[in-house]
Design a protein. Structure first.
Length: 169
């Protein structure tokens, strides 16, 4: 292990540093200037106050987190029915596509070319979907964009259904 030059210097000159220690008379003069009662009671009081503040802050954070989880707090906001429909459709199609993709992935060993074809088609649909999400952010309740997003999800499901039919795995 390589030693640090500073550490080596300090070890070699340790006695020289010790000679600069203040004399006992200096420490006695300092102790006379500090009131004895204040030194004892100030630190425990501040420690207790800091612990109490930390306990209150953590308790408050836990209370808000567990009593009012994020989805519940968000649900109180008025939601556009068209956006609600989109969210429900996204959840449904994502569950369906993910379940069928597991079956397809199990067949990748039998059909190695299948992986690149399916994943490239799905990534293309994903890119189109992200573009639609950007369009939706610009015009939040545009029914045409929402319908296109739902149709994109249908196309993903249709794609994995067709693949499953073709490979019969």
């Amino acid at each position: 292990m390589k030693t640090d030059h500073l550490e080596k210097f300090v070890r070699e000159h340790r006695d020289e540093f010790d000679m600069w220690e203040p004399s006992p008379e200096v420490w006695k003069a300092i102790e006379k200037q500090v009131p004895p009662g204040r030194k004892i009671f100030l630190r425990p009081f501040m420690l207790r106050a800091a612990v109490l503040l930390a306990v209150v802050a953590i308790s408050g954070a836990l209370l808000v987190t567990f009593l009012f989880p994020f989805p519940v707090r968000q649900a109180r906001l008025p939601v556009d029915p068209e956006l609600q429909e989109l969210l429900e459709a996204e959840a449904f199609y994502a569950q369906q596509v993910n379940g069928k993709m597991k079956k397809i992935k199990a067949c990748y060993q039998l059909f190695p070319q299948l992986k690149t074809e399916v994943e490239s088609d799905l990534s293309e649909l994903e890119m189109m979907y992200r573009q639609l999400q950007n369009d939706l952010q610009e015009n939040i309740s545009n029914r045409t964009v929402i319908e296109a997003m739902i149709e994109n999800n249908r196309n993903r499901l249709k794609l994995v259904d067709e693949v499953l039919e073709q490979i019969n795995c």
